[in-house]
Design a protein around this ligand. Structure first.
Ligand code: HEC
Ligand code: HEC
Length: 180
């Protein structure tokens, strides 16, 4: 029987940002200079280990407000955060531009689920409920993780992907953490 791994302590925001560590094995600690500011290469080399795919991160965790990127923790200080977070200024600019493009792109949820479910937040608010860190379908009381295994022929990787997104929203909706 599949169940959700028992994660999800208090600081869920931080956790979800680094949750992909669990899925990555290849850690590269060396920092040899790059020849160009190819944002994708920089990401693969210096960020992927902790954050996984940049597109997933941008679409799921970052918001575009008045054309500017905001993170879940760093809103108005997002650009400054990037330059202090494993990056020099020119590299931070390149990464910023890439994340902005990706955050603006259609999310996987929009592409694969919206024809029937419209917005992910509405799906979570109306149909799901978070109990002890586990998402359940409200009506059937079934664990959503198990439900998704049999929904829409999703592959195991896809089930994990959508569960991350839905659980993250579940926390935002049912157990919001107040950040000052
Ligand atoms: C060693 C792990 C690690 C690496 C490597 C790493 N990060 Fe992070 N990152 C974190 C953690 C932990 C957080 C949670 C926020 C914090 O406490 O700083 C975070 C948060 C973020 C956020 C969200 C900021 C917000 O507003 O909440 C972004 C964007 C980000 N990192 C981008 C990057 C980029 C770009 C790189 C590569 C240059 C990178 N990270 C490399 C661990 C890492
Ligand atoms: C073709 C329409 C369709 C698409 C596309 C679709 N769903 Fe569904 N979904 C349904 C229907 C109908 C239900 C009602 C429950 C059932 O299937 O028995 C449902 C139920 C659900 C539920 C449980 C909510 C409840 O009512 O208990 C979740 C979670 C869910 N879908 C997630 C997704 C995700 C994630 C995607 C995208 C990968 C997706 N769905 C794509 C039709 C769809």
């Amino acid at each position: 029987m599949n169940s959700i791994p028992p994660v999800l302590p208090v600081c869920f925001l931080k956790l979800i940002l680094i949750i992909s560590i669990a899925f990555v094995t290849n850690v590269s600690a060396t920092d040899t200079p790059l020849t160009s500011t190819d944002a994708k290469k920089i990401w693969e080399k210096s960020c992927f280990t902790c954050h996984g795919d940049s597109g997933d991160m941008a679409r799921n965790f970052l918001k575009v407000v008045d054309g500017e990127l905001q993170g879940p923790l760093h809103k108005d200080t997002f650009r400054m955060f990037l330059t202090n977070h494993y990056l020099s200024k020119p590299k931070a600019e390149a990464i910023y531009a890439m994340l902005l493009t990706q955050a603006n792109a259609k999310s996987r949820f929009e592409k694969e689920c919206s024809s029937c479910h419209q917005k992910a937040t509405d799906l979570v608010r109306d149909k799901l409920v978070l109990h002890n860190g586990v998402l359940y379908n409200k009506n059937s009381k079934q664990v959503t993780y198990n439900f998704l295994q049999t929904h829409r022929n999703l592959k195991q990787e896809d089930v994990k992907f959508f569960m991350r997104k839905l659980t993250f929203l579940g926390y935002e909706i049912y157990q919001p953490i107040k950040l000052q």
